[in-house]
Design a binder for this molecule. Structure first.
Ligand code: AMP
Ligand code: TRP
Length: 350
């Protein structure tokens, strides 16, 4: 085999440590999509690499959040991280707003990112809908803050669901432009998104064409992390399907969005591939597949809901974990902001 020659310019001259960052908004109850798309990956990564998992409250307020609820929602996301198996001794868990460096770097990045880049962001278009004029400026510049969350730790990898792909591309564009504009090659890494596996895009249980989402008005469209066993089983029983039995091969599954989604959920929950699920259930109807899926979902999700409820009964313990995480996060983030400010040419005193 002939060796491929190294490219003349490597895509990233970054040579710092491998680090992982991700975040979830405290803007409502978490669901199976968040769990499979994000939280399960957090748990896997914490044994491999230095990890930072924040609760992105600055992002949450880009749409209205009741101040009387926001703190509780922040603790709830922290409880979800912990209940899913994130170990605060391994990974830093903290509220984004507790680490000032995020907002500070975001301002600098607002001056690096171009309007044309943000104009292409599909999430802004979805969230602002027909009401663009009345959306907050924060909602528009949301992906710039996300880039700051990531790059303030010089994170090299970011585990997220597929809906975040475009924001991760923007993060790379911002890093590359900053490094180039300020003649600092390799200062920020070109972060890799970690979007793989059957859980990267979990669809609604009521509509195979729509993403499972917190904001769907139908609670039957999603399985919430805090649903009890009966509710989980009932939602799966009621999930929309077609009348055909499951196929034997992936190709035939493709045109059947609802069936594909349930097979994907099974695969992600069991930690196997969709092909392996079909090898086991191909030829069987939903009358036998749905109860098997319900049993699996209850076995995996039930204990997480219970742990969450227990953790939320002890907010002081959650606050202790968040404060400790914030302190550890600041130790990494503050010097990065200081270096960035120096590169920009800000007055170096204090
Ligand atoms: P959010 O709740 O929007 O802050 O999302 C938190 C994390 O969950 C992000 O990594 C999302 O990409 C991921 N996520 C949200 N919805 C889904 C879904 N339906 N399927 C897979 N991942 C998702
Ligand atoms: N935008 C992400 C979402 O809605 C949340 C988020 C904010 C995030 N900052 C991040 C995810 C940094 C990964 C890394 O799901």
């Amino acid at each position: 085999m002939t060796e491929t020659p190294a490219p003349a310019t490597t895509p990233s001259a970054y040579s710092g440590p491998d680090r992982v960052l991700s975040g979830v908004q405290p803007s409502g109850a978490l669901h199976l999509g968040n769990y499979l798309g994000a939280l399960t990956k957090f748990v896997r990564l914490q044994d491999e690499v230095e990890c930072f998992f924040c609760v992105v409250d600055l992002h949450a307020i880009t749409v209205w959040q009741d101040p009387a609820l926001l703190t509780a929602q922040t603790r709830e996301i922290a409880a979800a991280y912990l209940a899913a198996g994130v170990d605060p001794k391994k990974a830093a868990i903290f509220p984004q707003s507790a680490v000032r460096a995020h907002a500070e770097l975001a301002w600098i990045f607002n001056c690096v990112a171009r309007l044309g880049w943000l104009d292409r962001m599909t999430q802004f278009k979805e969230k602002s809908g027909k009401n663009k004029e009345r959306s907050s400026v924060g909602l528009y510049t949301y992906p710039v803050l996300q880039a700051a969350d990531i790059l303030v730790y010089k994170a090299t990898r970011v585990p997220v669901g597929e809906d975040q792909k475009q924001h991760l591309e923007l993060t790379r564009d911002i890093a590359a432009k900053f490094n180039n504009d300020f003649a600092a090659p390799g200062f920020f890494p070109l972060t890799e998104p970690l979007i793989d596996g059957p859980g990267a895009r979990v669809m609604s249980l009521r509509d195979g064409a729509a993403k499972m989402s917190k904001s769907d008005p139908s609670d039957n469209s999603r399985i919430n992390l805090m649903d009890d066993a009966d509710t989980i089983a009932q939602k799966i029983r009621k999930a929309r399907t077609d009348p055909e039995p499951l196929p034997e091969d992936l190709e035939t599954l493709k045109g059947r969005a609802e069936a594909d989604n349930l097979v994907g959920i099974y695969a992600a929950l069991a930690g196997i591939t969709k092909a392996e699920v079909l090898a086991q259930y191909g030829g069987q109807g939903f009358g036998s597949f749905k109860p098997a899926l319900a049993d699996l979902a209850v076995a995996v999700m039930g204990p997480i809901g219970e742990r969450m409820r227990r953790l939320m009964g002890d907010p002081a313990e959650i606050d202790r974990i968040l404060a400790d995480g914030a302190e550890r996060a600041r130790i990494v983030a503050d010097p990065v902001v200081e270096e960035t400010k120096r590169l920009v040419g800000f007055w170096p005193g204090r």
